[in-house]
Each structure stands twice: as C-alpha cells, then as structure tokens.
Design a protein around this ligand. Structure first.
Ligand SMILES: [Zn+2]
Length: 328
C-alpha cells in the first residue's frame, strides 16, 4: 500500500502549522492626522500639516479591508490633527467620513492632538466623545484571554498632577484586579524613550518624547510579570525597547515618513509583530519630523547608526516575536 512520505519541517508546513495555531490578529494604527479640507469660519482653509494625510488614511482603510481582515484594530491616538479647539469638530467629521468603509471593529483612545493636550477637559474632549462615546476614553476589553487596556495619557506632562494621578489610579485598579491575566497596554505617549534619550529630545523637539511619569512606569514595572507589551505612537518613528521583560513598542503612524502601521498575529505561545510601511508615493509625501527637512540635519544614535534606521527603526524593531507570558 502506497504511503505518502511525511514532509518534515518544510517552510510551507511551518506556515500551515503557524496559520493553524493562530488565535487572532489585530492591527495597530495611530498618528494618521486626518484633517478637514474645509477651513473654520473666517479662514479660507486650514494649514495643510501633513501632505496627503487623508489619502494615506484612505489607502490604509482599503488595505486593512482587503488583506485577510484582522479581528479588530487598536487606534492609539492622533487620528485627527486638530491643533485648535475650533478645528476639532471639522477634523472629526472628516475622520467619520473616511472611517465609514472600515470593516473590522475599532477600539480607540486619545492622542494629544484629539484634545490639544487638554486631557480631562470636557470642552476639549467633546468632539472625540461625540464620535466614539464616553466609554472610549480609558477602558478595557478582552480578546482571546488577553486584557487590552486602553489608557488615555494624551496630556502627557502638560496637565495638572491631579489628572496624572487620576489616570494612574484608574490603571492601578485595573492591574490589581487582573493580576492573573495577560495584558497589553495601549497609550498614545510612550512611557520610555525608544531612542537615546538626549538625541530623541532634540529630534522630536517636544518634552513629551516620553511620558516622564515615574508613577506610571513604576506601576508597569511592578506588574511586569503579566504585561506583554505597551503599545504607543506619538513620536512618528518606529522603535522598540525591552524593560523588565515588558516590550515597549512605538509605531510611527502614517502621517509622516516612515508612514507605518503594525499587524500582530497572536498564537498560544507568542505574538508575531510585523510593521508595514505605506507605498513609496505615500510614505515619501511628508518627510520625517526627525530629519533634515525640519532640523537642517539628520539624527543617529548609538544603536541606530544611519538616519533611516533612526527614523524607521532597525529591522529587529520592525519585526518582533514576543513570547506570551506564563503567569504562575
Ligand atoms: Zn502625531
């Protein structure tokens, strides 16, 4: 009787096994900076901040719909550009139009641009809350046994201490209630520096190149045994650092070069992250905010020896295998 010879360890078999063991997938998007093409009263049109930002967003929506669709999307802030209180309603209207065709479920939290740095201020949060709901500010949801913690830290250090303490008190409660669950925290402002600290302070040019929030960092460190990753944006560059076993990942977003978003495939023992860059005509439409066009010079640091590695991240920051946690 004829018997097929088993193929052991072929690449295609590994892929099939991988696909078979895949539990779910999600996509991270942030820093798309959608802007209304219409000016507010008295203006002809708003300054066009990031060239073709709306085209890039439309490309991303089409691509996510057409690729094997993820189970859901986490949107980690600066979906709109805003920039001023009176521009927020128009920019959110524009975002609403562009989001209409998107098929997978979307979980959002706020970036500094959604509230012009005014975290916790009802007047500034109104446009975001009207579109996404009062239950989409700081909240959690669970998928496949992982608790996703959407943390609003949009004000970074530009807000009063009591806003920062309230944010951290909420997070502390969530972490202490869920010690036996694996967690992924999503917050707009990274809580560690993903480049050499002094260099990043210069190339980003704003104090919020990380959150400067020792209390928050301490909370994450002390629950490191159950936190897989902290996913962020804000910097418009892609980077990764490991701290006390927690993967701190910041994705550039689409508004300016390198114009990235990330896909995460979750297995029972690992998570595969792949950063995707928009096609050349779109990714080159607005230059990096960390390079020559803005600063008259490029930046590098001790672990990113070329300007492009500094802006895009090394290949090891764009493709990661993240082990799942074994919580005792
Ligand atoms: Zn941004």
């Amino acid at each position: 009787m004829w018997q097929a010879i088993p193929r052991i360890g072929s690449a295609s078999e590994a892929l099939e096994t991988d696909n078979f063991n895949r539990l779910f997938e999600f996509v991270q998007i942030n820093d798309t900076h959608v802007q209304s093409p219409l000016g507010v009263a008295g203006e002809l049109k708003p300054p066009h901040t990031y060239a073709r930002a709306n085209d890039k967003f439309t490309w991303w929506v089409d691509t996510v719909n057409c690729q094997p669709q993820p189970d859901f999307i986490v949107a980690i802030g600066d979906l709109v550009h805003g920039g001023r209180l009176d521009r927020l309603p128009g920019d959110f209207d524009q975002l609403k139009q562009l989001l209409k065709p998107l098929e997978p479920p979307l979980y959002t939290t706020l970036g500094n641009h959604e509230v012009v740095q005014n975290e916790g201020n009802p007047e500034y949060e109104r446009a975001y809350r009207k579109m996404f709901g009062d239950n989409r500010v700081s909240y959690t949801f669970e998928h496949g046994g992982i608790l996703f913690i959407m943390l609003n830290n949009a004000g970074a250090t530009a807000v009063k201490d009591k806003v920062i303490h309230a944010r951290n008190a909420w997070l502390r409660g969530v972490l202490e209630k869920n010690t036996a669950k694996e967690k992924i925290i999503c917050c707009h402002i990274p809580i560690v520096a993903v480049r050499n600290e002094k260099t990043l302070a210069r190339s980003f040019g704003f104090k919020s190149f990380h959150a400067h929030d020792a209390e928050l960092l301490d909370l994450v460190d002390s629950h490191a045994n159950s936190i897989i990753a902290v996913l962020s944006g804000h910097l418009h560059l892609t980077g990764f650092v490991m701290r006390t076993g927690v993967h701190h990942i910041s994705i550039a977003g689409t508004a300016s070069y390198p114009s990235d978003y990330a896909r995460f495939a979750v297995f029972d023992n690992k998570i595969e992250m792949n950063v995707h860059q928009l096609p050349k005509d779109l990714n080159s439409a607005a230059p990096s905010i960390h390079g020559k066009t803005r600063h008259g010079r490029d930046f590098t640091d001790d672990t990113h020896p070329t300007a492009d590695e500094y802006e895009r991240g090394r290949s090891g920051e764009r493709r990661l295998t993240i082990p799942r946690m074994r919580i005792a």
